[in-house]
Design a protein around this ligand. Structure first.
Ligand code: ZN
Length: 167
């Protein structure tokens, strides 16, 4: 069963029982933490996710989100749209012990009853999908250094020369 909208919050246990799936767009405007990392306002985020149970009966959420995120290229310092894609799989542990065991296996695990904030989760996943050093994927020209001008370290070289002489 798939709903053509994103809910504000979901209950992983109940959704897993019903095998619920959701797909829709999310407005990035209220996502302040993501917004701080962007050079301009992002376009709509499209996401889909679903719930089911694993072999041991735990609720599992599998989802993805895509968005064009405006970033500053670190090579040419121009703005470009980074096509972000986040994929996640979260397991909902049944106890703290269960959570520890799953985390040791390297799984993305949570142990909290109650509903999940959908916007917060998608925001978190997109932040994780941001590149450490954003660059135009198609390549670009590095920022031109001032030609024929004063070398930025000229002053420093003079200073060093003077110090050597003084000692
Ligand atoms: Zn660039």
């Amino acid at each position: 069963m798939e709903s053509a909208y994103l809910p504000k919050s979901v209950d992983p246990e109940r959704s897993a029982d019903q095998g619920l799936e959701f797909a829709g767009d999310l407005d990035p405007a209220p996502l302040a933490r993501l917004g701080e990392l962007l050079a301009a306002q992002a376009g709509p985020i499209s996401s889909r996710f679903g719930f089911r149970r694993d072999e041991e009966g735990r609720a599992v959420m599998v989802g993805s989100a895509e968005a064009s995120l405006p970033l500053i290229c670190q090579r040419c310092t121009d703005l470009f749209l980074f096509e972000a894609r986040a994929d996640w799989r979260r397991v909902f542990a049944r106890s703290e012990t269960d959570e520890q065991e799953l985390a040791e296996k390297g799984l993305d695990v949570c142990y909290h009853g109650g509903p999940l904030d959908v916007a917060e989760l998608i925001e978190e996943e997109l932040i994780l999908a941001l590149p450490m050093a954003p660059r135009h994927p198609e390549g670009c020209e590095p920022v031109a250094r001032p030609a024929g001008g004063i070398h930025p370290f000229a002053g420093l070289a003079e200073l060093l020369k003077r110090e050597t002489r003084d000692n």
